[in-house]
Design a protein around this ligand. Structure first.
Ligand code: SAM
Length: 355
């Protein structure tokens, strides 16, 4: 067992470990702590190591999972345990948990989202039941605790024992909300907007900002998976796309299909929502989104930025800066939240609004 207390574990989309590491390093650079990342391509996780426990506590206070684009979850590592014996893994996992002297509201045994680690799902499930039973017996579970215990199995013999403050971490195991495809939706892309609404807004914001009778524009709407998410909340949508829209949506009476260029279209009156899923260069999309926000054409927006093959983290920073500068230039202030969703591939999804 290697006791830590000075490192963090982030889960990410396999293949994006470099971007996740870069983002953690950028956050750390602002604190000048001198941390470094350990990662392996396609492993679906990154360990970020700080020089000492004090620097780690500073990092924990100022870096939140909510503000990270490429990390699906961010956990503070208690210990790394290697050589877990096949016949009794729990026996090796318990000492570091006991050493933390904290009681937990819950405990999750999970594995990263990599091909190799996914095969551990069954093992995670069976170990999880045994762990919870054991923790209850030893009074290590406390329903009033603000913390959750996480055990991340990276292979059958190796685990990170970690913890997270429940209010400050992703509420889904592995940082992945499992969504069922709604059979009435016209395309699988619908899951992207559903996940974005679930992860980028909180429950209170969803209730206040997505109300029946509101208006929306969907740029690059066909066949209508994103439009469907708005229409099912009784929001009237102008769907802009040269491609055909799903007939059921058109029959709903809530959707007007406009065959037009999404980069030129502009609404006659401001709308509550503009969503955009056009496949284009990210900087071009960002520039158009900036115009919508700066001109007050929409109150809220969710849009996709398809990432380039290289320098993907830099591109995200560049796009954000461009939108911020254009909004600043007209004396407005913007709220920006971005995330690489589970349903995003080589892309990220952004929520923005003028405050
Ligand atoms: N969000 C849609 C859904 O959930 O069904 C899928 C959108 S698909 C990924 C991208 C769409 O953007 C295509 O239908 C394409 O025709 C449209 N598109 C690309 N460039 C466009 C433009 N300049 N103006 C309007 N639509 C555009």
């Amino acid at each position: 067992m290697t006791a830590s207390g000075r490192s963090f574990l982030a889960y990410c989309r396999p293949g994006f470990e470099g971007e996740c590491a870069q983002e953690l390093a950028a956050a750390d650079a602002e604190l000048a702590s001198g941390g470094f990342a350990r990662s392996q391509r396609n492993s679906g996780h990154v360990e970020f190591v700080l020089p000492d426990a004090q620097a780690a506590t500073r990092f924990a206070r100022s870096v939140s999972w909510r503000d990270l684009v490429f990390a699906r979850q961010l956990l503070r590592v208690i210990a790394k345990v290697e050589g877990l014996p096949r016949e009794d893994r729990l026996a090796s996992l318990l000492p570091p948990i006991q050493s933390s002297a904290r009681r937990y509201k819950d405990a999750w045994i999970e594995s990263p989202d990599s091909d190799a680690a996914r095969e551990l799902a069954g093992l995670c499930r069976s170990l999880n039941n045994a762990l919870i039973a054991r923790m209850k017996r030893e009074q290590m579970i406390d329903p009033t605790s603000a913390f959750r215990l996480h055990i991340c199995l990276t292979d059958a013999q190796t685990a990170f024992v970690a913890e997270a403050e429940i209010a400050e971490s992703s509420p889904w195991p592995g940082g992945i909300p499992r969504l069922r495809f709604p059979s009435a939706a016209p395309s699988r892309s619908t899951l992207k907007l559903e996940e974005a609404l679930l992860t980028l807004l909180d429950a209170d914001e969803r209730e206040r900002w997505l109300k029946p009778g509101m208006t929306g524009v969907d740029l690059g709407a066909a066949p209508g998976g994103w439009t469907w998410q708005l229409a099912r909340r009784s929001i009237s949508v102008t769907a802009v796309d040269n491609g055909p829209m799903d007939q059921g949506l058109l029959d709903s009476g809530l959707v007007t299909h406009l065959r037009a260029d999404g980069f030129r279209y502009q609404p006659q009156n401001p709308v509550d929502w503009m969503v955009c899923d056009m496949v284009e260069q990210p900087i071009k999309v960002a520039a158009r989104m900036a115009e919508w926000l700066a001109n007050g054409w929409c109150r809220h927006t969710i849009f996709n930025l398809k990432l380039p093959m290289k320098k993907r983290f830099d591109e995200v920073v560049l796009c954000r800066r461009l939108v911020e500068e254009r909004v600043d230039a007209v004396g407005k202030r913007m709220q920006w939240r971005a995330r690489q969703l589970y349903h995003d591939r080589e892309e990220i999804t952004v929520f923005a609004r003028i405050r």
